[in-house]
Design a protein around this ligand. Sequence first.
Ligand code: SAH
Ligand code: SF4
Ligand code: F3S
Length: 470
Amino acid sequence: MKKVYIKTVGCQMNVLDSEMVIADLKRHGYVVVDTPEQADTVLYNTCSVREHAEEKIYSALGKIRKEKEKDPTKTIGVMGCMAQKDQEIIFKRAPYVDLVVGPGQLHTIPNLLEKVSAGEGRQMSVSLSRKGGSQSVIARSHETFDPLRDPAMRPTPFQAYLRIQIGCDKFCTYCVVPNTRGPEQGRPPEQIISEAKILAEQGCREITLLGQTVNSYKYRHDDATQTDMASLLEQLHPIDGIDRIKFVTNYPKDMTERLLETIRDLPKVSPYLHVPAQSGSDVVLKRMKRGYTVADYMEMFERIERILPEATVSSDFIVGFSGETEEDFQKSIQILERCRFKNSFIFQYSVRPGTKAAERLPDDIPREVKARRNNELLEVQNRIAKEDNLKIVGSTVDVLVEGPSKKSQRSNDPSVMQMTGRTHCDRIVVFDGNLRQAGQFMKVHVDDASSHTLIGRVQTVEVVSIGGLS
Ligand code: SAH
Ligand code: SF4
Ligand code: F3S
């Protein structure tokens, strides 16, 4: 048995990719081990979105060097977005790496590993259809690849990611993703639906549909008809066993009335929308080439409020983007105050080689200013989230229980089992419970709240006697 260790950083796409690569390797006789020391093959599934994410991997590679020196037969592989972006640079910076594989070529890993162990030397596979391959080749490789799934790799057995869209064509000036993931392509709806059915048969109750701009999903059929996100949701909704459908990440310009009405009319679809604003300043948005103004974003936001009054909305922000003045930054605080997002992921701008911003716009905001703006925005976000969460105290929410909370996992006392789960609107809820509740929907009464968490207790279920039977 060959032993593989995999370390995954980055977004949900990478989590899903790792799941598929492991499923593929298991079919080729590999078992998964928990540490790089135990493994014959060590794989890093990497992210390039910010410099920090890359540094983490280069530092892990620095550490693995010693292991490789001790045991030169150990195979070291770098896959994912950094493999795509850096290619040969990885071999230069870490000459002991044997394998570099981009996100469009993950299905080649078992074969390339065989070549490495046959003594054929370093292997690299990084073609993406934007760089000359045909779209149908990519689509076909995914057709055969995505359904190879490994339930054991999922965060829980009853939740899974399902890719509906590959790549991105938006080319925001700061962003490396279109270069690392290639052109935007919707997967054929038939494939998505059959994969969702397989997931349901495997016991999956919640699926999260993935795409960089998931609500822009489109698939053009041979007869020239088109399936969009709304009709895809309509087709997924009837699948037995799937009780909740979420999707990330949304692009503000494509949040149509019809999509919002579809979400409203389909009870399994979560009224939770992650729609990054990125900035509250028109000048910055323009420099980012996001394709909308603050007024456009607010119009979209009001559309959500009108059609889905119960929905929660979350956002991403970049602080310290090229030329961002204090006034621009204050406008990000203002949009946050106006929209009162459930949560926001806040990032300090990081120049990415190969992007338009790296070529044309100076990285002129000092590190300390970026850090201060980050903290300031986070403080406002946390205050808002806490205020809004406190409004839920006293009500009862439906929770899909995921498992023991981090606190429980750290505790040595087995009688204290704090469980965690999420509401339909993606709010995190913790409560005292037991392991048997994992994978169940429970009604939880909310007693208290912080900015990130609702704290509650399972509502007592009253047993009602029916027809005189006691
Ligand atoms: N497709 C998604 C986001 C993918 S990247 C979307 O468009 O919303 C996730 C987040 O990382 C982005 O929303 C953005 O806030 C942040 N990000 C992307 N590139 C970045 C960079 N160069 N520096 C800092 N943050 C960045
Ligand atoms: Fe990057 Fe913009 Fe595409 Fe999101 S929409 S992945 S931020 S280029
Ligand atoms: Fe990172 Fe690639 Fe995802 S750059 S955020 S792993 S698409």
